[in-house]
Design a protein around this ligand. Structure first.
Ligand code: FE2
Length: 381
C-alpha cells in the first residue's frame, strides 16, 4: 500500500517543528457564507443539514446593512449573511458569486501581531485590527484577503462572554433541530485559476506559516476530462488544512474551470465536515433530501481488494454511496454532496477518519467521473 501511495502522490507530512507558528493560529473560528437570502438559507441548513439556529443579527438588533444568522453543530459555527440593500459590498459579492464562502475565520492568540506579521509578509489587509465591544466584553478582529474575494478573519474572542459577536442576539427556531452528527471542519478547499496554485501555496507558506502536506499532480487525478492539480497546506500545528486546486489540461473542461466560470473567479469549492459515524450522518442527510454524487456499483465490487478489511459492511456503504480509501495509517470514508445552490459551485464533503490523514486520492477517479456526469447534464463538459 505504501508503495502505491508513493506512486500516486507525494505525501509530505510535515513534522510538528516544520510549522512556522508566528501567527499563533488556534483553530477555525467560524465560516461565513454570503448568500442571497440568509433567512431561507438558515432554514435549509437547519432542517436539511441539522445545524441549530442559535443567533441572529440584523435590523432588530441594531445592525442596519446586513442580516446574519448564526448556526451551530458540533464544533462548527456557520454564519449566513445577506445584504439588506442593493448597494452594499455584500450585495455585490452575491451578484458576482452567488451564494458562497466569504470568510474562513481563524482564531489566533494575538490579532495585532498576527495581522502585522501577515502584512509584513505580503498579505493584503481587508480590515485593520480593532476591538468590537458590548456589555459582554471585547472581540479583537482583523481580516486579510486570500484567493478571489475570500478572506480570513483573525479573531481573538477570549475576552468575550457573549453568544458570538456584538450585535448578535440569541435566537432559536420553533422547529426542533435534529443534528446529523457533524462535529468539526476537517478541511476547506479553494479553487484558483490555472497557473496560480503555486502562488497561493506560497501565500499560505510564507504569509501564514503553513506547511505543504500532500501534493497531487495531474497524473494522479486526471480522468479523461477533469484533470486538476492540488496541494494541501496545513497550519495551526496541522489542525487547519486548506487544499488548493487549479485546473490542469484535460480533453474537455475541468470541473475546476466550471467552478471558476460560475463562481466568477477563485473561491471555496468545498467544506469537508467530520463525523464520527458516517453511516448514521449520511442516512440522516439523505432522508432530509441531500443529494450526493454517486459512483457505479462496480466501485463496490472491488472495494475490499483495494482497501482491505474495514469495520463497515460493504452493502451499507453501497446503499448510501459512501467511498473508502486507505493510506499507510488507516482508512477514511467520505461522500460529496452535489452543489448546494443552483450555480455549480460550493458543495460539502462528509468525512470520517479511521486513522487515515489523507484526502481520498484512491477515490479521485471514481469521484471525478461522477462529477463529469453531472457536468455533462449541465452542458458544461
Ligand atoms: Fe475534500
Amino acid at each position: 500500500m505504501k508503495k502505491n501511495q508513493e506512486a500516486l502522490g507525494t505525501v509530505e507530512r510535515p513534522l510538528e517543528s516544520a510549522y512556522d507558528d508566528h501567527l499563533g493560529l488556534v483553530d477555525i473560528h467560524h465560516i461565513e457564507l454570503y448568500v442571497n437570502n440568509a433567512k431561507q438559507a438558515a432554514h435549509y441548513y437547519q432542517t436539511v443539514f441539522g445545524f441549530e439556529v442559535i443567533g441572529y443579527s440584523g435590523l432588530e438588533t441594531g445592525v442596519r446593512d446586513r442580516a446574519s444568522w448564526l448556526l451551530e453543530q458540533g464544533n462548527i459555527r456557520m454564519v449566513l449573511t445577506s445584504p439588506l440593500t442593493g448597494d452594499s459590498p455584500i450585495a455585490e459579492h452575491c451578484r458576482v458569486h452567488g451564494d458562497g464562502v466569504r470568510d474562513i475565520a481563524m482564531a489566533v492568540k494575538n490579532v495585532y501581531t498576527a495581522y502585522e506579521e501577515c502584512i509584513k509578509r505580503g498579505a493584503r489587509g481587508v480590515t485593520e485590527p480593532g476591538e468590537i465591544r458590548d456589555d459582554n466584553g471585547v472581540i479583537v478582529h482583523a481580516a486579510i484577503a486570500t484567493y478571489g474575494d475570500t478572506i480570513h478573519s483573525l479573531i481573538d474572542s477570549s475576552g468575550y462572554k457573549g453568544l458570538f459577536w456584538p450585535g448578535f442576539k440569541e435566537r432559536s427556531s420553533r422547529i426542533t433541530t435534529e443534528p446529523v452528527g457533524i462535529e468539526f471542519i476537517d478541511h476547506c478547499v479553494g479553487n484558483v485559476e490555472l497557473g496560480k496554485m503555486n502562488d497561493w501555496v506560497g501565500f499560505y507558506r510564507d504569509v501564514l506559516g503553513f506547511s505543504q502536506y500532500i501534493h497531487f499532480d495531474d497524473s494522479d487525478i486526471a480522468t479523461e476530462y477533469s484533470a486538476l492539480m492540488s496541494k494541501v497546506m496545513a497550519g495551526g500545528r496541522g489542525r487547519i488544512k486548506f487544499p488548493i486546486n487549479e485546473p490542469a489540461k484535460g480533453k474537455k473542461k475541468s470541473q475546476i474551470e466550471e467552478y471558476l466560470d460560475f463562481y466568477g473567479g477563485p473561491g471555496v469549492q468545498h467544506v469537508a465536515m467530520l463525523t464520527g459515524d458516517i453511516l448514521d450522518t449520511v442516512s440522516k442527510l439523505q432522508s432530509k433530501g441531500v443529494e450526493f454524487l454517486t459512483v457505479p456499483t462496480t466501485y463496490y465490487q472491488t472495494l475490499t481488494d483495494r482497501v482491505g478489511k474495514i469495520d463497515e459492511r460493504v452493502e451499507d456503504l453501497e446503499r448510501l454511496g459512501i467511498l473508502v480509501d486507505r493510506d499507510e495509517e488507516g482508512y477514511l470514508l467520505q461522500i460529496f454532496t452535489k452543489p448546494v445552490s443552483d450555480r455549480p459551485t460550493l458543495f460539502f464533503e462528509i468525512i470520517q477518519r479511521k486513522g487515515a490523514r489523507g484526502f481520498g486520492i484512491g477515490n479521485f477517479k471514481a469521484l471525478f467521473e461522477a462529477i463529469e456526469r453531472e457536468q455533462d447534464k449541465r452542458g458544461n463538459l
